[in-house]
Design a protein around this ligand. Structure first.
Ligand code: FAQ
Length: 310
């Protein structure tokens, strides 16, 4: 007879998904709540940098594409909050933890979007980095998270393509447009590498998350994939690679990279990036302005329940 713990590890080893009603170690549950809720917060906060450009998109086509992309990100946040709620927590508590600064969201969304080219760079590099990570997470051991990732990746690949297509238009446009594309690449390249988190040796949660198959590949391995795939994309655009130390390493079969500015990374994740305060304040304001919608839904649900129990 197996103990619940042994049965849990048997399922993990056999690549069977863990479902909400299955027994799971408390630390597994807590680690999932932490990661999935932070992922949800990232999707929702991630609407702000691009939302900033919806009213200023240069054509109706670009505006429709951007509007639709930003709406998708909101939808991803909702699936991910629902996936987190299957672990026995309330969405309102998760949101309160993000608003108080107790729970993090991806560092990248604390950088400002200064020009229209930044919208291209975000789709190409930020969604591109998110996909590399999320493809791997499609095989995560927790069923609801894994299924959410499959759908989200389909939408993210459209996001990545629209961003790259925008960059092609700028990079092959006038000299001023090409310069704008280069500037956006220079500003977003390093923060995109930071999205994969600290080096494996510094990553507090990785070892446990890999054993439990919450994460399937390490921070450094995923970052390397992204670095390697981005080099030919930069070449195709005819832009200059922002990493002066980048070199092909034939022995490893990968590019060697310059070092990330970890001081900047920790500064941003600890709340002191360029836009941290602005992002959270905006979220709180929008949340408060939407209180009447939540109140109306609660009242409606109470009325419906009263009707069915009459
Ligand atoms: N930013 O021990 P680790 C998107 C924190 S989706 C902020 O390595 P872990 C779509 C980490 O949370 C982007 N914090 O942690 C989109 C932990 O803090 P804690 C979001 C970071 O969990 C596109 C501490 O540092 N994607 O972009 C970051 O094993 C465009 C120690 O780190 C996901 O969330 C960071 N970059 O590995 C939307 C994917 N890195 O909790 C709109 C799912 C680390 O102890 C527009 N998440 N930290 O206080 C993951 O894969 C993992 O959670 C990692 C971090 C890889 C992010």
């Amino acid at each position: 007879m197996m103990t619940p713990e042994q049965n849990f590890m048997r399922k993990i080893e056999a690549e069977e998904k863990i479902e909400p009603k299955d027994w799971m170690p408390e630390a597994y549950r807590q680690n999932l709540i932490r990661q999935i809720s932070q992922h949800a917060h990232s999707e929702v906060i991630g609407m702000q940098p691009e939302g900033n450009w919806i009213t200023r998109a240069p054509s109706l086509r670009r505006k429709a594409v951007l509007l639709s992309k930003v709406q998708d990100e909101g939808g991803h946040g909702l699936y991910l909050y629902s996936a987190t709620e299957t672990l026995g927590v309330k969405r309102a508590d998760l949101i309160a933890a993000m608003q108080s600064g107790e729970a993090k969201y991806a560092s990248i969304f604390n950088y400002p979007t200064q020009t229209w080219a930044d919208i291209g760079a975000i789709g190409w590099l930020v969604d591109g980095a998110a996909i590399v990570n999320q493809i791997s997470l499609q095989r995560t051991s927790y069923g609801p998270y894994s299924r959410a990732m499959i759908r989200i990746c389909k939408e993210e690949s459209f996001h990545q393509r629209q961003g790259y297509e925008l960059m092609i238009a700028l990079a092959h446009g006038s000299p001023a447009q090409k310069a704008m594309a280069q500037d956006a690449l220079n500003r977003f390249y390093w923060p995109a590498l930071m999205m994969f988190g600290p080096h494996d040796a510094e990553s507090a949660h990785s070892a446990k998350s890999m054993t439990w198959k919450i994460k399937r590949e390490t921070n450094d391995d995923l970052r390397q994939k992204f670095i390697d795939q981005t080099v030919p994309q930069i070449e195709f655009l005819g832009l200059v690679h922002p990493d002066q130390d980048l070199k092909w390493n034939a022995e490893r079969g990968h590019y060697d990279s310059g070092e990330i500015d970890w001081k900047e990374f920790y500064n941003v994740i600890n709340g002191n990036g360029h836009c941290n305060r602005q992002r959270v304040e905006h979220h709180i304001r929008a949340h408060e302005e939407g209180a009447w919608v939540r109140d109306a839904m609660t009242a409606y649900n109470a009325k419906q329940r009263a009707k069915t129990t009459e």
